[in-house]
Write a protein that binds this ligand. Structure first.
Ligand SMILES: Nc1ncnc2c1ncn2[C@@H]1O[C@H](COP(=O)(O)OP(=O)(O)OP(=O)(O)O)[C@@H](O)[C@H]1O
Ligand SMILES: [Mg+2]
Length: 508
């Protein structure tokens, strides 16, 4: 007897169809699994045998061979347990194989026949939805899978429950399609807590509106960390596609919260400065997504930027441009997306007071240079907005005046993003910071005065080609916030002013 059950495998974020083929023939009872399976897959034999015994299900009394096709792709982990168990149930006659032709099965089976949560269910369900009508997943993964439309999702607790359902004795209801609530968008820290700092707040608003990278530099206690931690509260809403992509990465990393199966708030990741290059970019024997991929469609905050190891910082350079990172291993390479907004914060020197308006810096010129040179030129170039955070004035700090709330700032950010979403519809570009060189001039029309000003600045300040592009992109965002299509002189002036720090600190 021969049978076939659909399952789904995963390498990185890429789901691929796996067919569990089973052949039962006369001979001494035996149970073998072939098809480039790793140790965890081969061990599923023992788990499934035990699960059948404890669940009082009949195990086929024949010579059984299971093949995981396609046989040339490596299968790993325990995700195929459920499909293998279903194949055995078809052979033993407990399930009619015609009933499951249009269904996929993923999940780990425990010794007692219960189903255990697995990682990566979201990308698996997205793949299954293309050709199949139903997917059976562990109950704990059901909410996550139900974010995908166009496929019936069944959350299963145990093998006996699945048998009862498939025989029609006790049918289960498919999981209702999950729709995130609006409340998911709210973040607890608010810009209203930050007194004064109007210029810094404005720059961060522009950054959020266009998805621009920001480098904040300032004395200790000037509020850099405080400002950065409030960024999630003004970031624009995620589109549904972005939410699915980001959730996919977190699903593969096994970091999804069972109560919030769909990530609808832009992620905010702030790894400690002792993080390794692999921790940032991703790594491990079976490469897991790193911090930059977990920040996909969101924000990566590197506090105390100069304290990060040089290899950790330099590894960011290529992903920052390509918006994806490829991790190579002997067994193959895996690519994870990483389109994120980078915010760095640092002091200007070891003592922290270099360039301070009132306090004296005690560092030598060499110490200051050494400290600043921890950020390489190319890395510095990748920040679109340079922001000097001056210490808050006493008058601002002690005034009882109410500051603008994050919600009100977010409305302006969202309006600018709506313009961008419309402009880039169908191009795959998500925001102004991601404008490609090919379309830069088409989407950034300038008035004659603005063009002349940019030309003058280019010569006067000795800008690099990348700096020129970045200025134009930031000016595009400033103009969007103004609601104007053509970039004007004040927009260019504001954008140029956001590139002034390298000349003040990294001047030599
Ligand atoms: N503008 C402000 N309004 C209200 N409180 C402020 C402001 N700026 C700073 N503070 C207070 O000062 C504290 C220190 O700020 P923060 O940790 O953000 O400084 P920092 O610039 O990150 O310093 P460091 O360089 O030492 O990391 C904050 O927790 C906050 O209580
Ligand atoms: Mg800080």
């Amino acid at each position: 007897m021969f049978g076939k059950v659909n399952s789904v495998g995963l390498t990185g974020l890429n789901a691929f169809p796996v067919y569990v083929e089973i052949e039962a023939s006369a001979g001494l009872p035996a149970f073998d699994i072939v098809g480039l399976a790793d140790v965890a897959v081969r061990e599923s034999r023992e788990r499934i045998r035990s699960a059948f015994r404890t669940s009082r299900l009949d195990f086929p009394r024949s010579k059984v061979l299971v093949n995981l096709a396609p046989a040339d792709v490596k299968k790993s982990g325990s995700v195929h347990d459920l499909a293998i168990a279903v194949a055995l149930l078809c052979v033993s006659g407990a399930i009619d194989s015609r009933r499951i032709e249009k269904a996929a099965f993923v999940g780990e089976v425990s010794l007692s026949g219960e189903l255990r949560k697995i990682n990566g269910v979201l990308p698996m369900t997205i793949l299954a939805q293309q050709d199949l009508e139903e997917i059976y997943v562990p109950k704990d993964n059901a909410l996550e899978a139900s974010a995908v439309r166009g496929i019936k999702v069944y959350g299963i607790e145990s093998l006996p429950q699945l048998v009862m359902h498939l025989c029609g004795k006790q049918e289960l209801q498919p999981e209702p399609v999950f729709t995130p609530s609006k409340a998911d968008y709210i973040s607890s820290l608010d810009f209203a807590d930050v007194k004064g700092q109007a210029a810094a707040k404005k720059a961060l608003e522009v950054a959020a509106a266009g998805g621009h990278n920001v480098l904040m530099i300032g004395a200790p206690g000037s509020g850099k960390s405080m400002l950065a931690k409030r960024m999630p509260s003004i970031l624009p809403e995620m589109t549904f596609e972005e939410a699915i992509e980001t959730t996919g990465v977190h699903s593969v990393a096994g970091l999804l919260d069972s109560k919030h199966p769909l990530i609808t708030t832009r992620p905010f990741r702030s790894p400690h400065h002792t993080v390794s290059a692999a921790g940032l970019a991703g790594g491990g024997t079976t490469p897991r997504p790193g911090e930059i991929s977990l920040a996909h469609n969101g924000l990566l905050f590197l506090d105390e930027l100069a304290e990060f190891s040089r290899p950790a910082l330099e590894i960011l350079r290529q992903p920052l441009e390509d918006m994806k990172v490829t991790i190579s291993r002997v067994s193959g390479s895996i690519t994870y997306p990483c389109s994120f907004m980078l915010i760095g914060a640092m002091n200007p020197c070891p003592c922290g007071y270099y360039g301070h308006p009132t306090r004296k810096c005690i560092c030598s010129k060499n110490q200051v240079d050494h400290y600043l040179n921890k950020i390489s030129g190319p890395m510095l170039d990748r920040f679109d907005i340079h922001l000097e955070v001056a210490p808050v004035e006493f008058a601002d700090l002690s005034s009882g005046e109410k500051e603008e709330s994050s919600e009100s700032i977010r409305h302006r950010v969202q309006a600018a993003r709506d313009i961008q979403n419309k402009r880039f519809e169908g191009t795959g570009i998500t925001c102004n910071a991601r404008i490609t060189p090919e379309i830069l001039h088409d989407v950034c029309p300038m008035t004659d005065k603005a063009e002349k000003m940019l030309g003058d600045m280019f010569d006067k300040l000795g800008l690099s080609a990348r700096a020129y592009e970045k200025i134009l992109k930031v000016a595009r965002t400033v103009a969007d916030m103004d609601g104007t299509e053509t970039i004007d002189k004040p927009h260019i002036a504001q954008a140029v002013q956001y590139r002034s720090l390298d000349r003040k600190y990294w001047k030599s």
